[in-house]
Design a protein around this ligand. Structure first.
Ligand code: ZN
Length: 140
């Protein structure tokens, strides 16, 4: 049976036996896990990263974005978790799934490129004063 709501539970470790209708959120492991909201029982793992899912906790409820598309399961269910509610969405065609995956890959690639550049930028800004100081010493 399709669920219309889900309750969230903050945990450190996600339990091996998942209850129906519970979104387990592990902040230390930046992951949320739940059983597919259609009732098929499949385990849905949503990593929380800038390139994957974003979790919003408003003090009372949680939301996950983007939507959850369980294309790998026979149910192919597609829904949003918004403020502890399940908002059902239409199933995607295979073409839409492929296009969506490409979009996700591009998003992930852009994120990692930007992160590498940011890290390189930090390294450069750390190196600059050191280089300046070295130059100063060499002059002595
Ligand atoms: Zn399902």
């Amino acid at each position: 049976m399709k669920r219309t709501s889900i309750k969230h539970e903050f945990v450190k470790y996600v339990p091996s036996e998942l209850a129906e209708g519970v979104l387990y959120v592990s902040i230390p492991f930046a992951t949320a896990v739940h059983r597919c909201a259609c009732g098929c029982g499949n385990k849905v793992v949503t990593p929380i990263t800038p390139a994957d899912w974003h979790l919003v906790f408003d003090g009372d409820t949680v939301s996950l974005t983007p939507s959850i598309g369980n294309w790998g399961f026979p149910c192919r269910s597609h829904y949003w978790i918004k403020r502890d509610k399940i908002r059902w969405s239409g199933a995607w065609t295979d073409e839409q799934v492929v296009a969506g995956r490409k979009r996700d890959d591009r998003g992930r690639e852009a994120y990692f490129t930007q992160r590498e550049e940011a890290e390189a930028g930090v390294a450069a800004s750390v190196c600059r004063p050191v280089r300046r100081r070295l130059r100063g010493w060499l002059r002595l």
